[in-house]
Design a protein around this ligand. Sequence first.
Ligand code: IYR
Length: 217
Amino acid sequence: MTKLPTIAAPRFHIAPEDGLGRAESFARTMATRRTVRDFSSDPIDPRIITEAIRAAATAPSGANVQPWRFVVVTDPEVKSRIRVAAEEEEREFYSRRASDEWLQALAPLGTDDQKPFLEDAPALIVVFEVHKGETEPRPYYVKESVGIAVGFLLATLHQAGLATLTHTPSPMRFLAELCGRPANERPFVLIPVGYPAADAEVPDITRKPLPEVLVQR
Ligand code: IYR
């Protein structure tokens, strides 16, 4: 394939003196994001989901293959089937598959095999990795690419005031079938989206102090 023509790099006209304030403001907003496990069934504006997926789909990706697919599930019947299948996997996980070490790591968060949020949340976004298929090229750095796209997705939904949960039932092959996706698409993460239930609580976690995660050399 020949090299693409080039265009001038876009400039997002932020005055240099405004950069720090904008970065601080974004970091403050993101610091208020918390994973929520108890959702209200209050409706959400579906256009917010569309815009969040629009943002996610601008993520950088290996060789610009854009190896992602976002399935938006709002049909109560499909949500219910997803809950039944996920809870089946999770029962296996919590009772047999997970190591003691893993269960101990999860204990402070209080998660278990009950996943009512899969029916309560007004929408589920099921994110798929797209691998080589009949019409799809071979992708590169798939997990990195899809992970970055999901970061954009979560950030946009949070900016719009919506709560999210990154749920990874394991194994999650059943999602491809319930979402009607072809064999070259593999589930990456399942994201319930909505408003927190009125009485929703979250564990009182702390974030590592900056000097622990930021290294200057
Ligand atoms: N998939 C299970 C277990 C689980 C695993 C991790 I790592 C978490 O951070 C949270 C849960 C579940 O969803 O309960």
